[in-house]
Design a protein around this ligand. Structure first.
Ligand SMILES: [Mg+2]
Length: 243
């Protein structure tokens, strides 16, 4: 193994640390129906939830969740990243609006009903303990497209006091490029990067980045079955980390 002293670890949040699908479903549904369409939210059905969950691996950031509701409403069945990207390109003019509506709905729910909001954002089993063991190691970072204050709220709720400057939000910037830049800034020479979206693994960073797919996250079966990407189980996650 490479010298761990010049390594940084980047852990994705949604689908790696936090099982946020219930919250993202509820918040984006409100944002889409009430915020975007200006209509009352219809009662949801198990089939709608199932379709949302099926398409969930394709999203990269908050605004994308509204596209899943749009697809469901329009009867578009998204089966691939290319299909999702085509829809995102069609709706590109609405990206900033969808982002704003999504975060407004999230902030509204957190303010109005924090107990429900936290209940919709559980950590995966054992994750709080893993983070606590690595809490004092500043080489271990959280890298998400989610805005950092929400991540810190969720961690705090679960008893994890995590340094605010160790939650990084890549926004719309490709994650590998973002990681490369952080490595350069901090004088580190390599990274271990755990994520559940293979699209974030695409790119050619200058410094070596070990990319590991979180099997327990929002992954499509073919990503694991392809055998083209290193995978890790939740049970084996600690072995990838310093502590
Ligand atoms: Mg993720």
């Amino acid at each position: 193994m490479a010298d761990r002293n010049d390594t940084l670890w980047f852990l994705d949040f949604d689908g790696v640390l936090c099982d946020s699908l219930p919250e993202c479903y509820a918040v984006s549904r409100t944002a889409y129906w009430t915020g975007f369409l200006g209509l009352p939210e219809p009662p949801d059905a198990p089939s709608e939830r199932a379709e949302f969950a099926r398409m969930r691996p394709l999203i990269r950031r908050g605004a994308d969740y509204l596209l899943l509701h749009l697809a469901i409403r329009e009867g578009i069945r998204l089966d691939s990243q290319e299909g999702f990207d085509a829809l995102a390109a069609r709706e590109a003019d609405r990206d900033a609006l969808f982002h704003e509506l999504f975060y407004r709905a999230r902030s509204d729910l957190l303010r109005r009903d924090p107990e429900r909001w936290f209940a919709l954002n559980p950590l995966y089993p054992g994750v709080a303990e893993i983070l606590l063991r690595n809490r004092s190691n500043r080489a271990v970072l959280i890298l998400s497209t989610k805005e950092a204050p929400f991540i810190l709220e969720i961690l705090r709720h679960h008893g994890v006091e995590w340094d605010a400057d160790r939650v990084l939000c890549s926004g719309k910037e490709p994650k590998l490029g973002y990681i490369d830049r952080i490595l350069a800034e901090r004088g580190a020479s390599r990274a271990v990067f755990v994520d559940d979206q293979v699209d974030h693994f695409r790119g050619t960073p200058e410094r070596p980045v070990r990319r590991v797919l979180a099997e327990w996250g929002y992954v499509r079966p073919e990503w694991i079955e392809s055998g083209t990407v290193e995978t890790v189980s939740l049970a084996n996650l600690p072995a990838l980390l310093p502590a």
